[in-house]
Design a protein around this ligand. Structure first.
Ligand code: FES
Length: 137
């Protein structure tokens, strides 16, 4: 099954309140998962504009408003509403719920570690995206 996608267990559904988002770090990716009531949607966690934390945005319909400069990101396409002018999208991920657990479909890692999914608390943001731990310089 290498080269395929895999379903990764993320968190119990109750950890993502209705019409809110939560950030998760899984397989080296930062992903924002949103509870729309009838479904969960998952997209890349950082705004395509300047990297705002999309999981902290306001959810309206199937859109999240970036907390930094209010770009509206469609949770189904991952693209900003302004995409017709200046295409700007984040990745989207399939989700499903199984036995009360939200799962996200991810590409299988290419040699990288995986399986260490966890839900980040609001206070648990990485201090910086250019962490020294994996910087060769
Ligand atoms: S960083 Fe999201 S709108 Fe600017």
């Amino acid at each position: 099954m290498s080269g395929n996608k895999q379903w990764v267990r993320i968190t119990p559904v109750q950890n993502i309140p209705l019409r809110e988002g939560r950030s998760v770090s899984v397989g080296g990716r930062e992903i924002a998962i949103f509870n729309l009531g009838n479904q969960f949607l998952a997209i890349g966690g950082r705004c395509p504009h300047k990297g705002g934390p999309l999981a902290e945005g306001i959810v309206t319909g199937a859109t999240v408003v970036c907390p930094l400069h209010a770009w509206k990101i469609n949770l189904e396409t991952g693209c900003a509403a302004k995409a017709d002018v200046n295409p700007a999208c984040v990745a989207t991920y399939q989700t499903r719920v199984e036995s009360g657990i939200v799962l996200i479909e991810l590409p299988e890692p290419s040699g990288a570690e995986q399986g260490n999914s966890f839900l980040c608390g609001e206070q648990n943001w990485p201090a910086s995206s250019d962490s020294p731990s994996n910087s060769p310089a």
